[in-house]
Design a protein around this ligand. Structure first.
Ligand SMILES: Nc1nc2c(ncn2[C@@H]2O[C@H](COP(=O)(O)OP(=O)(O)OP(=O)(O)O)[C@@H](O)[C@H]2O)c(=O)[nH]1
Ligand SMILES: [Mg+2]
Length: 320
C-alpha cells in the first residue's frame, strides 16, 4: 500500500532553514560576486519550490482509493481537509517562485541588492509560515496513514466482529501472525488490525475489529464505525463472535440484537456465528470454542477454510 511510503513532512521552519542554508553554502563558493544576491534568492525559492512540490507529489491523491480506505481515512482524519492542505501547499510553492523571480529580476536593475534580498527572503518566509499548519496537519496525517493495516483485495478476508470483550483479539492472536492487545475490558481494540494465516503457499487475511454495540448507526462512535466499514467493505466472510457466558459484560440478547443489525447491512456476505468462552458456558446449536483452552478453535478454522474454498478468490489464487 502506498501509505507506508509517505516521507515525513517538514515544518515551515525546517524548509526555510534548509533552503537558506543551501543558498549560503552556494554563495561561499562563488568567485564572481556581481550577482551574488540574485543567485542567493534564486537558490532559496528553487529549494522552497522543489521541497513543497515534493511534499505534494509524495502524498496519495485519494482519487482511486477503495471505499474501505476512504471510510477509514474519513473516520480518523478528513479527506477533504487533506486535499485542502495539499492545495494550500501547491499554492505556496508557486507563490514563492513568483515572488522570488520578481525580486531576482529587480536585482538586475536596482542598486541595493542586499536590501532586496532581505525583503525577498522575508516574503518567502511569510508564504511558508502561512502554510505551516497545513504542513503540520499533513505530517500528522502521514503518521496515521502509515499505520493503517494493509488489507489486500485479492486475498480471502475474514472479518472477526462482535460485541466488545468477547475474545475477538484472543482468537486472532491464536490463529494468525497478528499480535493484538488482549485485556479484560471493553474497547481494548481501537483500530483495525490484520493478521495472516497460511494456507499452503497462499494465505488468508484475518481482520481484528473493535467491538460494536447494538445501537443505531448514528449513535456509533469512530471506534465502532471502523469495524462497520471493514464488515461492509473488505469481508469475504464474517466470523461473528458471541460470548454466551456474558463475562464480557453484555447480555446474549444484546449480542444477538447486533447480529441481526449487521445481517441487514451485509447483504450476501457469508457469516458464521461462533460461541467463545465455552470453558465457562456453552450454547447449544452453535460451534463452541474457547481461546483459553483452545478447545474447538481448530474446528472453527476448518469452517473458515471451507468457506474460502467456495470463494471466487480461492479459485483465482489456485489457478496462478
Ligand atoms: N474464560 C475465557 N476468557 C476468554 C476467552 N477468550 C478471551 N477471554 C478473555 O476475554 C477478555 C477479552 O478478550 P479480548 O480478546 O481482548 O476481547 P475482544 O473481543 O478483542 O475485546 P475488544 O477489543 O475490547 O472488543 C480477556 O480478558 C480474555 O482473556 C475464553 O475462551 N475463555
Ligand atoms: Mg480486541
Amino acid at each position: 500500500m502506498e501509505f507506508e511510503k509517505i516521507p515525513t513532512v517538514p515544518t515551515a521552519e525546517e524548509i526555510l532553514d534548509r533552503s537558506l542554508g543551501r543558498a549560503s553554502a552556494a554563495k561561499k563558493l562563488k568567485r564572481n560576486k556581481d550577482h551574488v544576491n540574485e543567485e542567493f534568492i534564486r537558490s532559496v525559492y528553487s529549494s522552497v519550490y522543489d521541497k513543497l512540490n515534493d511534499v505534494v507529489s509524495k502524498f496519495p491523491s485519494f482519487d482511486h482509493i477503495s471505499p474501505f480506505y476512504m471510510d477509514i481515512v474519513n473516520i480518523l482524519l478528513s479527506v477533504d481537509k487533506i486535499r485542502k492542505s495539499l492545495g494550500a501547499i501547491q499554492w505556496a510553492a508557486s507563490q514563492s517562485r513568483v515572488v522570488g523571480r520578481t525580486y531576482a529580476r529587480r536585482m538586475r536593475s536596482e542598486e541595493d541588492t542586499a536590501e532586496l534580498r532581505k525583503q525577498a527572503t522575508a516574503r518567502i518566509a511569510s508564504i511558508l509560515y502561512q502554510v505551516d499548519s497545513d504542513l503540520r496537519y499533513l505530517n500528522e496525517t502521514r503518521n496515521i496513514l502509515r499505520k493503517l493495516p494493509d488489507i489486500r483485495e485479492e486475498e480471502f478476508t475474514v472479518v472477526v466482529a462482535g460485541y466488545p470483550n468477547v475474545g475477538k483479539s484472543s482468537f486472532i492472536a491464536l490463529v494468525s501472525s497478528a499480535k493484538p492487545e488482549i485485556a479484560g475490558y471493553a474497547f481494548t481494540t481501537k483500530r483495525i488490525m490484520v493478521g495472516h494465516h497460511p494456507v499452503g503457499r497462499e494465505r488468508i487475511q484475518i481482520v481484528d475489529t473493535p467491538g460494536i454495540l447494538d445501537r443505531p448507526h448514528e449513535k456509533r462512535n469512530d471506534v465502532e464505525n471502523q469495524a462497520v466499514t471493514a464488515i461492509k467493505n473488505v469481508s469475504d466472510l464474517i466470523l461473528f463472535m458471541v460470548d454466551a457466558s456474558e463475562t464480557c459484560g453484555y447480555s446474549v440478547g444484546e449480542q444477538f440484537g447486533l447480529l441481526e443489525n449487521l445481517r441487514s447491512i451485509i447483504e450476501d456476505t457469508p457469516l458464521i456465528v461462533v460461541v467463545n468462552k465455552s470453558d465457562v458456558l456453552e450454547l447449544e446449536g452453535y460451534p463452541n470454542m474457547s481461546t483459553s483452552t483452545r478447545e474447538g478453535v481448530s474446528d472453527v478454522m476448518k469452517m473458515i477454510l471451507k468457506e474460502r474454498e467456495s470463494s471466487p478468490k480461492s479459485r483465482r489464487q489456485d489457478i496462478r
